[in-house]
Ligand binder design. Structure first.
Ligand code: ZN
Length: 576
């Protein structure tokens, strides 16, 4: 999902992050710079008197760690670690604070997420009045914007079905308006936007998409899947320098959430270059990027992608995967299912099994990791089948192919993940039981099927490696919110009592593991990060609360106080 736009007004948050007191000032402090010490074993910085969750199964808890240069020198008791201090070593007293490996978001969209910090966001506006009120306010506050564009509306705001252009015309009539649903799979246009896009009753549905029509055949203003492009392509694109500014703010925000690494789920060559230059200038995040998959990976196409993989094979930006879409989403009934949705339809797979097998086998053969968005049980089966067949045909192992989102798998398919070494790349906040989830998602699936959706505990119990992500901007990339959701399966207000499908709740430690060690494994980087282990990168986060001890309903209030990336501070809260 890469979106748009003309928002030239930086949000207060973004501005404060860009100019803020935090990271830049800290990076300039001489104490942060690795010093040349004569004796190996002398630390640049030691952090003592903490509660350090290492992520190492053998010794999960320690009190202190020592950093030398960009890596961890020692982990252990405060007394042991003090043994590494010498003249010039900075000693940080953690005063009992909780330390974890730097958070790794296993699936997000960095530019889209960064944009969401400043664009019109419609999340959590679950009533029609709240939603249209937010659009009206934004339009009034941005009289110079040529388009009114936004993202994040919930299907729950339209109990009678999908939104209509007439509803949007009543709010914005004098300029085009285009609002994308929170899952990115349905767009809502006003009449002027449809007119500019020349979408009329004569316009045919594009392959893999639908122009929703009324009983007379007139477009209603709702466009599904590939039909969204009809309007989307007209929305003014951000200029490169605007994208750069947006990305810098997003990266600063990610560091403030305790993130040290993220997996970019799909990127084109142009955006990759931009990201590379921004990460050069703002070295506050590591990014593992998946290129957009080629449906027909010819030798030429593979060679072009291979060149990018070679160029970005090490350092803060790495390319190692390709990402494609097997199906759509539940809410739009485009996720591919074995059994029909209530009311009919079994979804829209974007490939035949044969096409998918062919593309996956070509990438597998060439040593790529393949990430496939698959949400319905049939889509997930198709992805697993393609991975299994590729390994068999090519005689390959250890590619760690991934099913992204993996929402509604058949219970019988769960053991296939471990057997085939396939990663379950799930999103910790997807079961967030707000009105959209309970009022639209669950009924669209039907109660029996909904029970096996986002079954995080069952996935763990089946022995799969489960990597957690956010799908930012679909949900916030604030990791503690994801951990809170996986542990409680409630909203921040604590509803529903006891949690939605509480048998699938995880311990905080399991959720932490999925956001650190398992996400590192999912990017083939477990030897360099994901746990606090001597010799690995000094990527870690100091938190305001002990995630393993705090009451589950308070996890969401946890703040990152200090984020360290390769030994350097990328975020420091005022109170630390
Ligand atoms: Zn995504």
């Amino acid at each position: 999902m890469s979106r748009r736009v003309t928002f030239l007004v930086a949000a207060a948050l973004a501005a404060s992050l860009a100019n803020g007191a935090g990271p830049e000032r800290n990076e300039a402090k001489p104490a942060q710079a690795p010093q040349k010490l004569d004796r190996a074993g002398q630390a640049d910085r030691i952090f003592v008197n903490g509660r350090v969750w290492t992520g190492e199964p053998g010794r999960p808890l320690a009190e202190a760690l020592a950093v030398r240069g960009t890596t961890i020198l020692a982990v252990g008791s405060s007394a042991d670690v003090r043994g590494h201090s010498a003249k010039g070593t900075e000693v940080v007293d953690l005063r009992g604070r909780f330390v974890a490996p730097g958070f790794i978001d296993g699936h997000l969209h960095l530019l889209g997420g960064s944009l969401s910090l400043e664009e019109l966001r419609l999340d959590d506006a679950f009533t029609f009045a709240a939603l249209t009120g937010r659009v009206r306010d934004w339009a009034a506050a941005h009289p110079d914007a040529h388009w009114v564009t936004g993202e994040g509306w919930a299907y729950a705001a339209f109990p009678a079905g999908l939104p209509s252009r007439a509803q949007l015309d009543a709010v914005v009539a004098n300029r085009p308006a285009w609002l994308v649903s929170y899952d990115g799979h349905t767009g809502w246009a006003n009449s002027m936007a449809l007119r500019l896009a020349s979408v009329t009753r004569e316009t045919k549905d594009p392959a893999g998409g639908e122009i929703v029509r009324d009983e007379k055949g007139e477009p209603t203003g709702a466009l599904k899947e590939s039909a969204m492009d009809l309007v989307e392509r007209l929305v003014p694109k951000l200029l490169p320098h605007e994208k750069e500014r947006v990305l810098r703010n997003g990266i600063a925000q990610a560091a403030a959430w305790g993130l040290t690494s993220v997996h970019q789920a799909g990127i084109d060559a142009e955006e990759l270059e931009l990201l590379a230059s921004v990460l050069e200038a703002v070295p506050r995040l590591r990014v593992y990027a998946a290129l957009d998959i080629e449906r027909d990976p010819t030798p030429d196409a593979l060679a072009r992608q291979e060149e990018l993989r070679r160029r970005f094979s090490e350092g803060r930006l790495r390319v190692g995967a390709v990402k494609g879409y097997v199906d759509g989403v539940v809410e739009a009934k485009t996720a591919a299912m074995f059994e029909p949705y209530p009311g009919g339809g079994t979804g829209l797979p974007n490939w035949t099994q044969e096409e998918l097998d062919r593309a996956v086998a070509a990438y597998d053969q060439a040593g790529w990791q393949v990430m496939l968005h698959a949400i319905g049980d049939r889509g997930i089966d198709m992805a697993l089948t393609a991975f299994e067949r590729a390994a068999r045909a090519n005689g390959t192992t250890g590619r760690r192919h991934r099913v992204e989102h993996m929402e509604v798998a058949r219970t019988a398919d769960l053991p296939r993940f471990k057997a085939a070494g396939v990663i379950a790349s799930t999103q910790a906040m997807f079961p967030y039981p707000n009105q959209n989830h309970l009022g639209v998602y669950v009924p669209t699936l039907g109660p029996e099927r909904a029970r096996r959706a986002m079954a995080f505990k069952a996935i763990d119990d089946a022995g799969a490696v489960q990597s957690f992500g956010s799908d930012w901007p679909v949900f916030t990339a604030e990791v503690v919110r994801g951990i809170a959701c996986a542990v409680t399966r409630t909203t921040v207000e604590g509803t529903p009592a006891g949690g939605w499908e509480p048998s699938q709740r995880l311990t905080a430690e399991a959720a932490l593991r999925h956001f650190t060690r398992d996400a590192a494994f999912a990017e083939h980087a477990e030897t360099t990060k994901g746990t606090l282990t001597p010799g690995k990168l000094a990527d870690f986060v100091v938190l305001s609360q002990d995630l393993l001890a705090v009451a589950p309903e308070r996890i969401k209030d946890t703040k990152a106080l200090l984020t360290v990336l390769g030994g350097h501070d990328t975020w420091r809260a005022k109170e630390f």
